[in-house]
Design a protein around this ligand. Structure first.
Ligand SMILES: [Zn+2]
Length: 263
């Protein structure tokens, strides 16, 4: 996302103030931590975790943009084929601040033909060292990558926080686990995990954004990005696929959900 986003924050003038008010606004938060654990002693606990356990490990807090408003005013369904990784380049706002800004419709972008389609910036997850905030269901399109391109139409958008005091290492570990869990959930290969850089932005210069900037090498994917992908791969390999799912190949998401609940 980067500098465009910072400019918007400055324009809105809201984030820092929102940060100060943050401590009392925890109502309505639904944490998925510790839910859906496979019972101890189950053979599923041997040799790894299930995708749902990994999702729980990273503490995903759902704070959806209100349905029918702001960035979700128009419903745009999505079948995820990619996962796009960004970093905020916002040194003041944490994940809670971003959640608040999104759910209050504060992140505006000029809507224009060939550009932003909805007048708002939206994405699915914001990750910081100790939590992951979810802003959109993963079966809805965000507005974070490439206007009307494949990146917006088919990818889950993840923003990594960069506020002062936030551990970059822990943020990357959490992001890698989130990517791995989503790859399993949607049956996506490692090559489907891409940096924002991957998506050309028609009409903008540079066409490919230097994002997430600290994982790019001279402004493009190189060794640091590959190291991150290796981290995703290691997490992916930790995920155990229950026999009921493995034996059928890929079950659709609802079908899988039912299988997990029956375990
Ligand atoms: Zn970006």
């Amino acid at each position: 996302m980067g500098r465009d986003l910072i400019a918007l924050y400055t324009a809105a003038g809201a984030l820092l103030a929102a940060g100060i008010m943050a401590s009392c606004t925890t109502s309505g938060i639904e944490s998925t931590a510790n839910l859906d654990r496979v019972p101890t002693g189950s053979k599923l606990t041997q040799g790894g975790v299930t995708e749902k356990q990994m999702f729980s490990e990273i503490r995903v807090v759902k704070r959806f943009i209100p349905k029918g408003r702001y960035g979700r005013k128009v419903h745009r369904s999505m079948k995820p084929r990619y996962i796009t990784v960004h970093s905020t380049q916002n040194y003041d706002g944490d994940a809670w601040d971003h959640a608040r800004a999104l759910e209050r419709g504060k992140l505006r972008a000029p809507k224009r033909r060939g550009g932003n389609r909805i007048g708002y910036l939206t994405w699915h997850f914001t990750v910081q060292q100790d939590v992951v905030m979810q802003h959109l269901p993963t079966n809805e399109q965000g507005e974070h990558a490439d206007f009307d391109g494949v990146g917006n139409n088919y990818s889950i958008g993840i923003e990594m926080c960069e506020h002062r005091g936030n551990s970059r290492t822990q943020t990357l570990e959490r992001t890698a686990k989130l990517c791995a869990s989503l790859m399993r959930q949607y049956n996506l290969p490692l090559r489907s995990v891409v940096p924002h850089y991957h998506w050309p932005r028609k009409g903008l210069k540079p066409e490919h954004k230097n994002c997430p900037h600290y994982l790019m090498t001279n402004g493009r994917p190189g060794r640091k990005w590959n190291d991150f992908l290796q981290m995703v791969k290691r997490e992916y390999k930790r995920i155990y696929v229950p026999a009921q799912i493995a034996s059928r190949g890929f079950a659709d998401v609802r079908e899988k959900e039912a299988i997990y609940q029956g375990l």
